[in-house]
Design a protein around this ligand. Structure first.
Ligand code: NDP
Length: 438
């Protein structure tokens, strides 16, 4: 078998699923000869890229005027060789099967990197919670779970939140799960604390990517975050808690955005003020200007990558940072780009960072803190224990440090020290393939 030809033939099959195709391309392009030699035949390739189950359903829900709407619902259960299917639910108008397959495929390898027993899955709906009343969101969550509950469970598939699915949605989804299934087997993570959630889960992805960055800065550049000027894109869950931890560790977050605007604040963005604006009031980032006395420059969303900074954390959404953006960051002297979102950098942007010896970490490694603490939430629920914030935070730090060191060593062994994409993909690919066939 000519492996390259087989891979190209396989990729062509997914021309109409561009996000999924990109995830496959990124994975296969980074595998070295030892990893590629594990691919025995075309049947193996097919199995690796084919989800175990794809569940699709219609979600019929009532708005506040009693009018019925129908959205699409999905759950992709991709691979469970490393444990129960695990991955978030995304509610966003852009959701389709290509995006969910890409995210579920990434999740297989990300979850392996955490060292915890979790397989890969992802789900969601093209429902847009933005602008909906709490009652409408509740109606939608109940209707969604009515279709999904037979397919999930603590020993089978444990979804969590993702874009558009925060504490409010998880509360509704878990209440609906209990009502329809008659069980309370903790088959969702990211639950509110009073429902069995873990302390530090809300903070986990944002804190985790910052711990990862700290370890990487230490190993590559013998430095840390103190005094560094930092860009954090997005202003949702991941971005907010990245802002919080970076600030605590002495960095100055000078630019953030949402899908409408970016803000540039030379004196640094205040976590408490932005958190209240975004989480409590569900406001827009440009309103930050009205809440502080500091200089705040509001521009269009993409202008965030024009800001001169030492470090960037793309924490908003997929493919938000392209080659042109990467060029701007590099010419402005960036030394590290750490992905908090899933695949926020295009392949071309990532390659440019690696070529220019900018420390660049793929999301599947550096944003694994969220799913890692979800794994710890499952462990606490199973043991009927509640660990302190410090205990969970310390375990998170340990896991992020292990992830960095495993993939950094793998990259060095492959003689490509600055290529953490290769490090992460080869390390996790070998681990998963060995589990699939032994
Ligand atoms: P949220 O829904 O809480 O926040 C998403 C943020 O990104 C919002 O501020 C949103 O702005 C902004 N955004 C969306 N599209 C764009 C765009 N095109 N340009 C600029 N900003 C944009 O999601 P999360 O913070 O939970 O997730 C962010 C990313 O991190 C996703 O890729 C997710 O898959 C990934 N992730 C999340 C984890 C978690 O634990 N939450 C775990 C691991 C990965 P607006 O309000 O305008 O839409």
């Amino acid at each position: 078998m000519n492996i390259e030809q087989s891979i190209n033939k396989l990729l062509e099959k997914y021309n109409n699923e561009p996000e999924f195709q990109t995830a496959l391309k990124e994975m296969f392009a980074s595998l070295d000869s030892k990893s590629l030699s594990l691919i025995k035949d075309e049947a193996f390739l097919e199995r690796l890229v084919t989800p175990d189950h794809i569940i699709t359903f219609d979600v019929k829900w009532l708005d506040d005027n009693n009018i019925e709407h129908i959205n699409k619902g999905y759950r992709v259960q991709f691979n469970n060789v490393n444990g129960v299917y695990k991955g978030g639910l995304r509610f966003h108008p852009s959701v389709n099967l290509s995006i969910l397959k890409f995210l579920a495929f990434e999740q297989i390898f990300k979850n392996y990197l955490t060292t915890l027993p979790m397989g890969g899955g992802k789900g969601g709906s093209d429902f847009d919670p933005k602008g909906k009343s709490d009652n409408e969101v509740k109606n939608f969550c109940y209707a969604f779970m009515k279709e999904l509950y037979p397919y999930i469970g603590v020993d089978k598939d444990v979804p969590a939140g993702d874009i558009g699915v925060g504490a409010r949605e998880i509360r509704n989804l878990y209440n609906a799960y209990k009502e329809y299934s008659g069980k309370s087997d903790c088959s969702l993570t990211g639950k509110p604390l009073d429902m069995g959630g873990s302390l530090c889960r809300t903070e986990a992805t944002g804190f985790g990517v910052t711990y990862f960055a700290l370890e990487a800065l230490k190993q590559y550049k013998h430095t840390d975050l103190k005094g560094k000027k930092v860009i954090v894109s997005g202003s949702g869950n991941v971005a907010l808690y990245c802002l919080k931890k970076v600030t605590e560790l002495g960095g100055i977050v000078i630019a953030m955005n949402d899908s409408s605007n970016s803000i540039y604040v030379p004196s640094g963005i205040n976590f408490d003020i932005l958190r209240e604006l975004k989480e409590d009031k569900r406001g827009r980032i440009k309103e930050y200007k009205d809440l502080v006395k500091d200089e705040v420059i509001v521009k269009e969303s993409k202008a965030i990558w024009e800001v001169k900074a030492d470090i960037a954390f793309p924490c908003a959404t997929q493919f938000e940072l392209d080659e042109e953006d990467a060029k701007k960051l590099i010419s402005n002297g960036v030394i590290g780009v750490f992905e908090g979102a899933n695949m926020p950098c295009t392949i071309e942007a990532a390659n440019l960072f690696i070529k220019n010896k900018v420390i660049y970490s793929p999301g599947k490694a550096s944003n694994a803190g969220g799913v890692a603490v979800s794994g710890l939430e499952i462990e606490q629920n199973k043991k009927n224990e509640k660990w302190s914030f410090e205990e969970v935070d310390n375990r998170l730090k340990g896991i992020m440090s292990t992830i960095f060191n495993n993939i950094y060593k793998c990259a060095k062994d492959l003689d490509d020290e600055y290529n953490l994409v290769k490090g992460a993909n080869n390390y996790a690919f070998i681990g998963i393939v060995n589990k699939m066939f032994h």
